[in-house]
Write a new protein. Structure first.
Lengths: 880, 560
């Protein structure tokens, strides 16, 4: 990039070409007052405070945020004339402003206050009526006081550019101009709170704060959001050991200060009265509070007993997608070395057993090489089976940034017409028939090969099996594919053309693909596609990048697998059955695994329980009963287990079945690391003391291990991570202290080490997954993520519950018409397993004969209906 | 209609039209655009049924036209070949016009134009028309705007044909540059230079936009051209598109102009069916498509960056420049924006040559300018005069002077961005520079005449109120600065002014001018500054004479 030399306030500066004076000053620590400029938003230029004196060919007054730097430019920020104008502008602004600083939550961090103060503003010469608009308070989380608004436009741009929603805009003209919704309708948006974050004044307010503290009283602790797997940095604002609100920081972490509703407003669970505050123990069928000593002693005793009687393998362990890497690492270490069992698992692996291996392969081949943040540098984005808006909202904002700034192309393939608002000039939506994902991917491959959209000779020489793939694909018929997928040949071709364009091509594989019986085939097909899209074969010969991202559900769904809470795999995906690996670990842990650990049962831990081979189950941070895909099966399994220990933050449906419940600290009350879906490891920081007697999970595990006679004396997660680093090559170079400043991306370090690996194309048979047709149950039930809820935490967050109190069943318009179902009707969904009654939401996004229920409303146990991924159901209006 | 496949086809087509043209017939040209509001449609209908009744079809033809200029006499009509002009015609006059004027050649005195009691039946004798020079309005009022054939008959589309058959885009740009044509939308930027920028800008797609937002109160020049001669604008745009290399044009028309939209739509359809718009125009490799976009009804949407936002479906709000539309405009592509009147000048320049055009006007300002004459003047209406015509000629010779026994006080030029030209400058030859020197602007051509009963503070207040209400609200100095000035002016007009108000007004004006983002705010204070400059005593009088209840006067601008 070309650089420009200029002088601002007598300081020589080198700046990249194309940026404005304001940004150049910010980058060099020179202060220019301004209320409307925001680095992450498009230029606005409305407040007029950033006036500076600029000498280019001539000397004149320019507005720093709207004027690009140029070679040899001299900028003066504080000439008498400039200051005079600035003071006038501030004087005008303050004429109407409500000046309610004493009761304004923004006081102390308000730019309007700051600039008034710093300009030493004298009293106004104008007498004017203060604005007196009524407060807009039409939703549970946001409020707008237009009397404090200075019309900087930041909230409008944020809503439009970052969230893609444009719920608000300027309304009216002249002095009557205000921010608001069209026709003053109630705010209808995703409630990301981006408006609050960018508002320089107290106009937009976070209602979860509501007078719970003044800005200067808060300690601000940056940490990672405990909800989805994007891994946004949030700032916990605490006062007197309690979290009063969440704010964001544009310069920390990967999310540029962008958050979704859960991250920003879903913090109230931390201090929910329903938190478990003491250990609980079951006596006479009821759970009673008890002391840590008694609880630990009891659990240790029972575990030891069962181990002695039935062997360690009679004990199972379920790790947590929500807990830290350190918690989970210790959990599997405890299970393997203290209990002597490999019958451990986690929900992510249970739902998609092939995924870990495939991801690791993809990393080795350098196909999964980009970190999530790099999405904003994409030139082409392909979301397949992924609902970004609901599942990974802030990654969606990164995508929108790529679309806005790089003109990125967008392709969305999904069975449902998922919502993703963008301004992409090339925006292709492929709504494929349920189950036809592999056909669709192969059709894309077919077009690329047929039309030689990449350099096939190079592909041939640098990979294995390309000839075989070619002959397989030759037999594949484009017309037939279009018929099966229901996507036109043109659309498929256009998508292929976009995918093969030069630049960074990022593919996000969603849950619909990953949690499907044909997941392995579909993902292998996607890897084939990625192999073809290798930039070395595309037009730009090497300048771009291709990367395949895999969706993960929770904040640490990736990490729980990385650190080895997976049957048969030690931390870092090291096969336990390989003698040398086993020995290495044994040495480092100072234990000897019993032989039984290796004779791995083919059955997973839940099947073992069903077959009465499991006597005890230790569950950490997982509401298994609700989240296990087959509700009936998990309940039966649990009934057959003699002794269940649940370690969690709330008395979940699973904890209610436990014999002992151990109260765990939440993310806000402990330290450690999370790994997001892009393989980036980030540190979380303790902001408040755990409520009641709750303890961090790793500490609880330590006490148990000690009680069972093992030395387990970690003093901090740092020590645990250091151990992980030494035993898993994946984490080589990670450093707990350094993580404070910079996140660690393990995928790039692993793929860098495996640069020379040659890709071998997989022969994936183009087939559709079987959708069982059933006359009595003519609908197929699809499930998926929800923006407003996830897991146990959101249901205990008051504000999220008031924004989204109700889980709906979505039904196609036509089906609804036939069944005479209207929006809001109570509708029964019945499978051969069970029945649920939910309110209906009629939509045109779904294909016919498919209904959709989110699985993120934890209190709605969708799993009771399911015995497979595409469960057949029937739908009817419930009559009262 | 069959498409014209080459320039010769166009010539042949024109010839065939000429051969069908009957010079012997009597034609009655009735303005059914501007005059519609005053009953022109009814008059037109009456004529048609009367002709039917008397079986005069072979002898008399009715032509619905655009504005004929003398709006003060609406509804107006012209009878050719006699050259008779009638005004204030009603349905009941129609049988008499047919029986007496058409059939017997008699003049009906009561319908004639009269000045100082002297009736002037023939258009050539009416001073209002005599002093004008019609270049842009060459067809306006003389043709049926709904007929492409009438336009073609009057050398329509000959200019684009000429450009396509013998001129390179560079030739066209040079011709326009040499002609000295300056933008008629207000700022007077040299059109040829603008085209050159956009021509040179890199971009696969370039847009050509015609600005027909015309929001100045009282102005209706662009409306008259769009309603009365839409093909001249289309042809001007074709030439421009060819010059800059654009394939896509957009005419942005104010939402309040339904007739303009209707006529443009018809004109576009007709041009398309003749192959004068669309792919491979006149059989060449040049293709150009045109689309109409209705305005959002705000004055500020006429500002070019706001106009772009509005076309993109956003709220019409200006944005800072750079980037200039010439490099990054509509949808981020190089975009050329010109005013309606600017485009309507183009065909003549190409057809008659830049030297012809250059010969009209002053040193710095070439060609003619249309003014919308309004206010306290007898002949309100639309006038086109060569640049350099004096204000006196416009107001007194063409405009017929001030009605009643009142005296000329000032002319407000340039609308809300403009200023007042007082009587001492009546003999000033009007061009972009001279007007600016005396504290007004040429603007888009609004010209409001004020007699000696007008309060200049009221005038300043009126325009300030307009700017305040039309401010898009984006930038602080404009949004709040104009409100502060408006409040002060209101106070002064109510007799509650204070001594320090004048200085405060001047200061506010300066800040608003220097710190506002777009032209609206930057010029909003002009009416105040110009009235303070020439009529300070009126301000002082009001301030000293406390508590007179001089209430704000209603809009002095009228739009026929
Ligand atoms: C507030 C404001 C309103 C404007 N309104 C108009 C308008 O209605 N019509 C117009 O042609 N130009 C208008 N302009 C000028 C345009 O921004 C632009 O300069 C013009 O369309 C360029 O065309 P020209 O070069 O042919 O004059 C306006 C400018 C401002 C600042
Ligand atoms: S509400 Fe806040 S962010 Fe939005 S325009 Fe007003 S001051 Fe700016
Ligand atoms: S839930 Fe996901 S997207 Fe939302 S703030 Fe948390 S990490 Fe970010
Ligand atoms: S000067 Fe006025 S109209 Fe122009 S951008 Fe600013 S507020 Fe809007
Ligand atoms: S920061 Fe530049 S105008 Fe507001």
């Amino acid at each position: 990039m070309k650089t420009i030399h200029l002088v601002i306030e007598d300081k020589p500066i080198i700046a990249p070409e194309g940026i404005n004076i304001f940004q150049a000053s910010l980058d060099n620590g020179i202060y220019i007052p301004g209320l409307c400029y925001h680095p992450k938003l498009s230029q606005f230029g409305g407040c007029r405070l950033c006036m500076v004196e600029v000498t280019e060919r001539r000397t004149g007054h320019r507005f720093a945020c709207a004027h690009p730097v140029s070679e040899g430019m001299i900028v003066k920020v504080n000439t008498p004339k400039v200051i005079r104008y600035r003071k006038s502008v501030m004087e005008y602004l303050l004429v109407h402003h409500e000046l309610s600083c004493p009761i304004c939550d923004k006081a102390g961090e308000c730019s309007l206050q700051d600039i008034t103060h710093e300009l030493n503003q004298s009293p106004s010469r104008f007498k004017a009526v203060r604005m007196d608009y009524p407060m807009v308070r039409d939703n549970p989380v946001l409020e707008l006081n237009r009397n404090r608004c200075i019309l900087c436009g930041r909230c409008v741009s944020t809503c439009k550019e970052i969230e893609g929603i444009a719920a608000i805009d300027f309304q009216n003209r002249g002095i009557k101009t205000v921010i608001g919704t069209a026709f003053d309708r109630p705010l209808e948006c995703s409630f990301c709170g981006g408006c609050v974050a960018v508002c320089p004044t107290g106009a937009w307010q976070d209602r979860t704060l509501g007078f719970k503290g003044r800005s200067w009283e808060f300690s601000k602790v940056p940490t990672i959001c405990p909800y989805c797997s994007v891994g946004c940095t949030i700032i916990l604002n605490t006062k007197m050991e309690s979290v009063r609100r969440v704010t964001s920081d544009d310069y920390l972490g990967i999310n540029e200060g962008n958050l979704c509703i859960k991250g920003r407003f879903g913090h109230e669970f931390i201090h929910s009265p329903e938190r478990i505050k003491t250990p609980l123990i079951r006596k006479n069928g009821e759970l009673y509070p008890t002391s840590w000593d008694e609880a630990i002693e009891y659990v240790a005793k029972r575990f030891q007993q069962i181990k002695n009687e039935h062997g360690g393998t009679a004990i199972g362990g379920i790790g947590s997608e929500k807990c830290t890497n350190e918690d989970n690492y210790l959990f599997q270490k405890f299970c393997r070395s203290v209990l002597g069992t490999d019958n451990i698992d986690n929900m992510a692996n249970i739902k998609s057993p092939a995924l870990n291996g495939l991801i690791y392969e993809s990393v080795i081949h350098g196909m999964t090489s980009a970190s999530l943040k790099e999405i904003e540098h994409a030139n082409t984005l392909f979301f397949i089976g992924a609902d970004m808006t609901e599942a990974h909202p802030v990654a969606g904002s990164m995508a929108r940034k790529a679309i806005r700034l790089n003109n990125a192309n967008l392709i969305i393939a999904n069975v449902r017409g998922v919502q993703f608002n963008s301004i992409a000039r090339n925006d292709i939506r492929l709504k494929y028939a349920l189950g036809s994902q592999i056909i669709l991917i192969n059709a894309l491959i077919k077009v690329i090969i047929d039309e030689k959209l990449v350099d096939l000779e190079k592909v041939e020489t640098s990979t294995n099996n390309f000839d075989k793939l070619r002959s397989l694909i030759d037999k594949f018929d484009r017309e037939e594919a279009s018929k099966i997928t229901g996507v036109t040949q043109d659309a498929i071709r256009n998508a292929a053309l976009l995918l093969t364009k030069p630049g960074n091509c990022y593919i996000i594989c969603g849950k619909d693909i990953e949690e499907n019986p044909l997941a392995e085939d579909a993902i292998r097909a996607l890897m084939n596609l990625c192999a073809l899209l290798n930039p070395a074969y595309r037009g730009d010969a090497g300048s771009g990048k291709v990367s395949l991202f895999f969706s993960r559900s929770h904040n640490n769904s990736q990490g729980v697998n990385d650190v080895g809470v997976v049957p048969g795999f030690l931390p870092g995906y090291v096969n336990i059955n390989d003698a040398s690996n086993k020995e290495k670990i044994e040495k480092s842990w100072g234990v000897k695994f019993p032989d039984t650990i290796l004779k791995k049962d083919a059955e997973n831990v839940i099947d073992l329980a069903l077959n009465s081979k499991l006597k005890a189950l230790y569950i950490m941070g997982e509401n298994l009963v609700v989240n296990y895909p087959n509700g009936k099966k998990i309940k039966e399994a649990c009934k057959k287990i003699d002794f269940i220990v649940v370690q969690d933050t709330f008395l979940t449906e699973t904890a209610q079945l436990a014999d002992v419940v151990l109260p765990a600290a939440t993310f806000a009350e402990k330290e450690g690391t999370f790994t997001n879906m892009g393989m980036t490891v980030q540190r979380i920081n303790k902001a408040v003391k755990p409520v009641g007697d709750a303890k961090p999970d790793w500490q609880i595990i330590c006490s148990l291990a000690q009680k069972m006679g093992h030395s387990c004396s970690y003093v901090s997660p740092k020590e645990i991570l250091t151990e992980i680093e030494t035993i898993s090559p994946m984490y080589a170079g990670i450093n707990y202290d350094r993580l404070k400043r910079k996140e660690f991306h393990w995928a790039s370090s692993v793929s860098n080490k495996n640069k020379s690996t040659r890709y071998t194309f997989s022969m994936v048979k183009p087939r559709s997954s079987e959708i069982r047709k059933n006359k009595d149950f003519p609908f197929v039930l699809l499930t998926g993520a929800s923006l407003n809820h996830q897991g146990t935490f959101s249901r205990h967050s008051k504000s999220l519950m008031s924004v989204a109190p109700e889980c709906f069943v979505e039904i196609n318009k036509k089906d609804a018409q036939v069944l005479q179902i209207n929006n809001g009707d109570r509708v029964a969904i019945e499978s051969d397993q069970n029945k649920l009654t939910l309110k209906a939401k009629v939509t045109s996004k779904l294909p016919e004969r498919v209904v959709f229920v989110s699985e993120d409303y934890e209190w709605v146990p969708v799993n009771i209906l399911r015995d497979r991924v595409h469960t057949s159901v029937k739908i009817y209006k419930e009559t009262v | 209609m069959e498409k014209l496949k080459n320039p010769d086809d166009l010539k042949k087509y024109r010839k065939s039209l000429e051969s069908k043209h009957r010079p012997d017939i009597v034609r009655i040209f009735i303005c059914t655009t501007g005059c519609r509001a005053l009953g022109a449609d009814e008059v037109c209908k009456a004529f048609k049924s009367e002709i039917e009744k008397q079986s005069l079809k072979d002898k008399v033809e009715i032509v619905d036209t655009g504005c004929q200029g003398l709006c003060a006499r609406a509804p107006v009509l012209t009878i050719e070949p006699m050259g008779i002009f009638y005004g204030r015609v009603t349905e009941t006059d129609v049988p008499e016009i047919i029986s007496r004027t058409i059939l017997k050649g008699e003049i009906i005195e009561r319908l004639c134009y009269a000045e100082a009691g002297k009736k002037t039946p023939y258009i050539r004798d009416i001073p209002f028309y005599g002093k004008q020079k019609k270049i842009v309005l060459r067809n306006c009022g003389m043709v049926d705007p709904k007929s492409i054939n009438e336009y073609i008959l009057r050398d329509g589309y000959a200019a684009i044909s000429k450009a396509l058959s013998g001129m390179t885009p560079d030739d066209v740009v040079n011709e326009i540059k040499n002609s000295g044509l300056r933008g008629r939308g207000g700022a007077g930027f040299p059109t040829g230079n603008k085209w050159e920028f956009v021509k040179k800008a890199v971009g696969d797609v370039k847009y050509l936009v015609c600005n027909g937002d015309e929001g100045d109160p009282g102005a209706f020049m662009d409306r008259a051209v769009l309603e009365g001669d839409p093909h001249s604008v289309i042809e001007g745009m074709l030439v421009g598109a060819y010059a800059i290399g654009s394939k896509k044009g957009i005419v942005y028309v104010r939402a309040e102009y339904p007739i303009a939209v209707e006529h443009l739509n018809i004109a576009i359809q007709q041009a398309k069916s003749l192959g004068l718009l669309g792919e491979n125009i006149l059989g060449t490799s040049f293709s150009f498509d045109l689309e109409i976009k209705m305005g959002a009804g705000a004055f500020v949407c006429g500002e070019e960056t706001a106009l772009i936002a509005s076309i993109e479906g956003k709220r019409g709000m200006p944005r800072p420049r750079p980037p200039f539309p010439a490099t990054s405009g509509l949808w981020g592509k190089p975009t050329n924006i010109n005013n309606v009147e600017t485009f309507a000048n183009v065909p003549i320049i190409i057809l008659k040559g830049s030297e012809f055009y250059k010969a009209i006007g002053t040193d710095t300002s070439k060609g003619t300018k249309i003014f919308a004459l309004a206010g306290n003047v007898k002949n309100t209406g639309l006038v086109e005069v060569p640049m350099g015509t004096t204000l006196r000629e416009i107001v007194f010779d063409i405009g017929g002077g001030i009605p009643g026994r009142k005296k000329f006080k000032a002319a407000q030029m340039g609308g809300p961005s403009g200023g007042c030209v007082p009587a001492q400058h009546l003999d000033l030859p009007i061009d972009y520079e001279t007007v600016k020197e005396v504290g007004a602007i040429m603007g888009s051509g609004g010209l409001i005449v004020m007699d000696d009963s007008t309060s200049m503070v009221d005038i300043a207040r009126y325009f300030m109120e307009f700017c305040q209400e039309e401010s898009c609200g984006k930038c602080v100095p404009c949004r709040i600065g104009t409100k502060r000035m408006l409040d002060i002016l209101t106070r002064i007009t109510k007799g509650q002014g204070k001594k320090e108000d004048i200085d405060l007004l001047k200061e506010l004006a300066e800040v608003t001018k220097s710190a506002s983002l777009c032209g609206l705010g930057q010029t909003a204070a002009n009416p105040v500054l110009s009235t303070i400059r020439y009529y300070l005593s009126e301000y002082e009088e009001l301030i000293n004479k406390k508590d007179t209840q001089s209430l704000p006067q209603e809009s002095p601008a009228t739009q026929p």
